[in-house]
Design a protein around this ligand. Sequence first.
Ligand code: ATP
Ligand code: MG
Length: 569
Amino acid sequence: MRQSEFFMPTLKEIPAEAEAKSHQLMLRAGLVRKVAAGVYTFLPAGNRVLRKIENIVREEMNRFGAQEILMPAIQPRELWEKSGRWQAYGPEMMRLKDRKGRDFALGPTHEELITDIVKNEIRSYKDLPLNLYQIQPKFRDEPRPRFGVIRAREFIMKDAYSFDIDEKGLALSYEKMRKAYVNICKRCGLDYKIVSATTGLIGGKVSEEFMALADIGEDSIFYCEKCGYSANRELAKSIRHYHWENKEHEIEKVYTPGIMTVEEVASFLKVPSYKLAKTLIYRTDKGFLATIVSGDREAIEAKIIEASGASEIELLNPEDFDELGIPFGYVGPKGLKEKLKDIIVILDSRLVNASELVVGANEKNYHLRGVSAKRDFDYDLIFDVAESLPGDLCPKCENPLTQAQAIEVGHIFQLGTKYSESMKAFFSDEKGELRPFYMGCYGIGVSRIIAAVIEQYSDEKGIKWPFSLAPFEVHIILLLTDNKEASETAEKLYQNLSSCGYETLFDDRDETPGVKFADADLAGIPILIVVGKKFRDTGNVEVKWRFSGETYEIPPDKLVSFVEEIKNK
Ligand code: ATP
Ligand code: MG
């Protein structure tokens, strides 16, 4: 492709609206343009990268036996009513009406649609297992579209759905998709971790996320370098050996007027915040529930749900405390069950051996000091319900855990029979009995991967594409535009490389060397070939590997074989 004809509008300045490095570079390198918040057009270079990711995804899905289909973005309300998600999806779902006033959704995901298709077409166990996928735009009215294509409102996803006769079959289908995802992440060059995850609105029991490590990542993960344990912050369990004196203290009631928050109490009583046991009260579908966690941690709702079996939980507001007869800001675990009879109390496992704690006295303006968890707390169960923090130890091998920020690029789920039961999707088994399909679903953010890769492959000058995703493999820049011999050599190199199958961008523009170099660094094509001053002096061209910055001087007739060599390095 001749750059003089290629539509790649680059920007010198860093666009003010872009916080993330990848967002800035995608705009500056002319990969995308914004249409509205979280809505983007992919320009030719961006579209080439998108196609490369799609092809990798397609190859890996096909390799593991999935078959490609294409479902519509527009989905009728009735299907979503059947699964109960027309309501549950809330404002994140983009909705519209047709001219007759019928409701439709712009698909945020396709479990309902695919289940309906399979329900109508597959009758017998003989037709299973089946795995269908598509690569297609998804719509989600995200509350905070951010970071360009990372959290967009219209984005490209590959979603696959597997159907099996039983749990064992589902586990096999899941394992295949997991392998496909590992291959996809590797081929895209990503530095990633696989972590166990919560299933959220999609549902099911088992799920794992594929997380690309990046400082701007909105997810926080914990992993153990020694035994391989890894989990999303929402699920990560951990051990912490806090220092307790292990002396039995007399309980002392202290006057703490107007002092309520962890920070205030810790500084007023001069104790480290972990020695404050914080009691949080929730309203749940199983009644009132309290968690007791150390003052330096948040309690995690997903963990409380796991511990209690509740399905809905909501932290109480300060106003709700009056009706309970306990003072907001001074709630504590000692005697709590006398005040609230049926409350379920969960003690965070890190506090089991805690002594010399400070807790609320369940009396306005008072705290208790010298409290011991085993001796003084009323609790029903011990569970890891608090967040993990850096410095905590692995729950399996007690090695220190590593915490990192990450971008979720893929998420795979064992759904079980959630959708097949609610949508009455059954097949007949060997005995002719009707049974619900066991389903799995597997999503990967094709457009989000572009940004995740740029977060990992870039420097202050621009992108540094891995070969597998680069919009072009080789970039020739001709600096001596008025030198006939140089122009002819560059032209010949362009022809030779292209005919040998290299995707080559040829900067034949009438621009200054400064502009050409700046654009080349921004574009980040892996191999840069410069026909410039060196050529005039020695007859050689310069070759620069964008990834490492290494440069070489090569005679033009050896160039094609040299390019082959670096590409395979
Ligand atoms: P997140 O927690 O980031 O909102 P999710 O759990 O809602 O993601 P899934 O429903 O599992 O995501 O979707 C599958 C994949 O689609 C995600 O792993 C991610 O790569 C991609 N994805 C999800 N939401 C967006 C979005 N708003 N913009 C771009 N890609 C997205
Ligand atoms: Mg989401």
